[in-house]
Design a protein around this ligand. Structure first.
Ligand SMILES: Cc1ncc(COP(=O)(O)O)c(C=O)c1O
Length: 355
């Protein structure tokens, strides 16, 4: 069915809401407005524009010192470029087995950047100093891919959040071993509001060398920003960004989105809301017999265990993922999740559990 402008009516009439991913949500209206605002006149391309210069100033203010600021298109790109710039060709990166770079980037770190990943077990989604040490050995032995860096996701892929002390302990351990430290902050804002701390305290002051600063999951149209926090150990970000196809020629539109996020703390407001919705969902499902939470709910993800047949029934109506096992589910809340979405969802969960 098409209207006179040729667009499908069903696209609007079938607007539905779900819990599969924070990426299923649309773009925050304040971000859209910012895009329109910068869409006048000409600007120099490839990042030498006034808006990207303003983003740089904003980031310097946020981190309290000079930082390198490199907008890119997506999270996988941010991670691959960031990891490339802190490792040498023969070096490997230590991460958890459940890390997004390992499980969900289509092998991009290996395929695109040629980086060997040494994967280690996680605890509640987190890397630990002991796990780093278990892979950081055989330095100087040519047959072993030489550990060069670690990467951690904050918040983690399992919805937990590292405390500042935990981040610092990991950085200290890595640095003592001569490794550089990357933080995958696809959900950085959710972690910052969860810890109620400054982003500087959770990153640069906790020993992070380079950061993928997330935006898309939190309401941007597309874009993340690589932030170089310790230039002494980072090399060639600008060249990797170009050769890995992450250099946006109309950069002003990427930068304007992130400026909008940082304006009036939109990034924190949106993440706080998503986290609160996850808490609300967790509290409601925790009271349902037969359902147990599978992980701490520190940010905007709820992981739960429930009978696999119930999961299947629910998935005929609601979109969400199972995670590694048919009875383990992941429910994500986003900046636009409404309490009513959760009430409707939980009512269906209750019905499905009752058979
Ligand atoms: C922890 C983490 N890192 C990075 C990303 C970004 O990936 P993408 O390349 O899909 O933007 C995601 C998205 O799911 C993620 O969960």
């Amino acid at each position: 069915m098409s209207n006179s402008e040729g667009t499908s009516e069903s696209i609007t009439t079938q607007a539905w809401r779900g819990f599969a991913s924070d990426n299923y949500a649309g773009v925050h209206p304040e971000v859209l407005k910012a895009l329109v605002r910068v869409n006048s006149g000409h600007q120099v391309a490839y990042g030498d524009d006034l808006i990207t210069a303003e983003l740089h100033e904003r980031m310097v203010g946020l981190f309290g010192q000079e930082v390198g600021v490199y907008p890119v298109f997506n999270g996988t790109g941010a991670n691959v470029v960031a990891l490339s710039s802190i490792t040498r060709q023969w070096e490997a990166v230590i991460c958890t087995k459940t890390a997004h770079v390992n499980m969900d980037e289509g092998g991009a770190p290996e395929k695109v950047a040629g980086i060997k990943l040494w994967t280690v077990p996680e605890v509640n989604g987190k890397l630990t100093p002991d796990a780093i040490r278990s892979a950081a050995h055989d330095f100087g032995f040519v047959h072993y891919a030489q550990p060069g860096a670690i990467t951690i996701a904050q918040s983690t892929e399992l919805g937990s959040v590292y405390s500042i002390e935990e981040v610092t302990a990991l950085s200290d351990c890595a640095h003592e071993l001569g490794l550089r430290v990357h933080m995958d902050g696809a959900r950085l804002a959710n972690a910052v509001v969860s810890l109620n701390c400054s982003v500087a305290d959770m990153t640069i002051n906790a020993g992070i060398d380079i950061l993928s600063f997330g935006g898309t999951k939190n309401g941007m149209l597309m874009g993340e920003v690589i932030v170089v926090l310790n230039p002494d150990v980072v090399q060639g970000v600008e060249y990797f960004r170009k050769s890995f196809m992450q250099l946006n020629s109309k950069m002003r539109f990427a930068s304007a989105q992130m400026i909008a996020m940082l304006s009036d703390d939109l990034w924190l407001r949106s993440a706080r809301h998503a986290n609160e919705m996850a808490q609300y969902l967790a509290e409601k499902v925790e009271g349902i017999r037969g359902i147990t939470l599978a992980s701490t709910v520190d940010a905007n993800a709820v992981f739960a265990r429930m009978p696999a047949d119930v999961v299947e029934r629910l998935q005929t109506k609601w979109r969400f993922y199972t995670w590694d096992a048919p009875d383990l589910v992941r429910w994500m809340c986003s900046w636009d999740t409404k309490p009513n979405d959760i009430d409707l969802f939980v009512a269906d969960i209750e019905k499905a559990m009752a058979g």
